[in-house]
Every structure is written in C-alpha cells, then in structure tokens.
Ligand binder design. Sequence first.
Ligand code: A2P
Length: 267
Amino acid sequence: MSEQGLIAAASIELASGRRMPILGLGTWQARGRSALSAVLRAFEIGYRHVDTATVYGNEEQLGQAVAESGVPRAEIFVTTKLPPSRAGRERATLEDSLDALRLGYVDLWLIHWPPGGLARPDVWEQLLELQAEGLAREVGVSNYSVRQLDELERATGRLPAVNQIEWSPALFDRSVLEAHRRRGVQLEGYSPLKTMNLRAPQLVRIAGAHGVTPAQIVLRWHIEHRIVAIPKSTNAERIAENAAIFGFELTPSDVEHLDRFAETQPE
Ligand code: A2P
C-alpha cells in the first residue's frame, strides 16, 4: 500500500465498533491561512483525521479545507470540543461548530475539560442526547481522570468513547493506560512532541537505529501502544514527517526503553 494509503487505513476500533484513524493532525494554535494550508497539506499527504476545538478559533478554516480538499466526507474523521464555559449551552455550541465546519455531523465531540474541575454527568447527558440525534457520531471527554470517567458511567450507564489527555513517553503511566483499556475507553494523546525532549540521547539512539527522526520514534511509540496521536504542525515538511511512521516498527526493547523515558531523564 502507498504511504498515503497506509496513513488513511491505520485505525483503531472504538467500543461502538466504529473505527478512528490512529494518527490525526492537531491544530491547537494554528490560525487563519496557516491553519487552512496545514489541513489541506495534511489531506494531500493522506491524513484523514483532524482535531480542533471551539476555543482554537480555526473551525472555519478546517471546514474550508474539508470542502476544498475534494476528499469524500465519509472518509474524514473530524473531532471538535465543547469548552467548559459552554456547559449548559451544548446544543448551540455544537450547532455553531457544525456551521463553521460546514458539516452535518462531527465524528467525535468531546467535553474539552471537566467544567469547574467536575465530571458533570448532566453535561455528559447532553452530549449523549446530541449523539442520539446524529449530530456527533461518537462522544467523549478530554482531560478527565479515570475516577471522573467512572462517575459519568455511574450516573448515566455510558462511558465516553475516548478520553483525550496529554501523553508521550515522558508522561507514560501504565496504570492509566490499563485503566482505560479495562473500561473500553480509547486513550487519545495530545502534545506528543511538545512534552518530549527530542534531543534526549536514548531517543536519538533509537531514531538512528531505525534511520528515522526522534519525532517519528515518539509517534510510532503511540502506534505500538494503540494510542491515537494528534501531533500539531503547520509546517509542510513536518506534517509529512509526522505521518511517515507506518513503514517501520519499534522492537519490544525500544518500546520498553521509551516507557521508562521519564525515569532516565536528568532532574
Ligand atoms: P510546527 O507547527 O512549527 O511544526 P504537539 O503536537 O506535541 O503539541 O507539538 C507541536 C509542536 O511541535 C509545535 O510547536 C510544532 O511546530 C512542533 N513540531 C511538530 N512536528 C514536529 C517534528 N516532526 N519535529 C519537531 N517539532 C515538531
């Protein structure tokens, strides 16, 4: 399969049976023309998954890119997020997002942060309601703790499809990963690169052994763990670099080293 085909086809199965591309383009802090050209470039390369949020202020550019790309809607996976400040105005917020995105539904809609630091099952109920109406195919949360996931389930009988949290080898916590697995909640990691020292010697060594870049090793590590990764870039070369991770594999020993990355960093 071509590199482009590989990026598009690499996906994980959510609890519902629906599939989600394992690699997406992050767009936090991408604005205006640079957001538009980044998303267009990503679609050209073969990305089929883009992550945004109401607060990113770039849903309109993303919508324009989807429309201009010529990629069929059904092949694209779009995530956006409800700001905690809009708790209580869920429907209006999602309708605004859909207008800006020029879409009839989003693939995944997340509560961006626990509102006021609380799980807020009442807000979660609204997401479930809007999902039932077809405005979001999947619903989930972001920046929730495992206890807060359980609180949502206790109150509504429904777990989020996805919890999007900050994640990288530097932040790896096996117990958090396993807690998500046991519940059937897909872990999606944000800031895979920003949270890493890409010049760390053991990362550079592993990258050298595979003939790839440290950033590619970090992203491939997510794939080996079946964790969705959404590296952000507005730079055409780095957008391509971040997707060229399907032609090699890490060894079990590489993965183990990276899992212990935090322990091996100088204080
Ligand atoms: P840029 O947009 O100029 O490429 P994260 O997704 O972890 O939050 O990281 C985003 C940051 O990492 C951005 O500043 C982005 O800058 C930079 N970045 C993205 N891809 C790479 C890469 N392959 N190598 C180094 N830095 C990268």
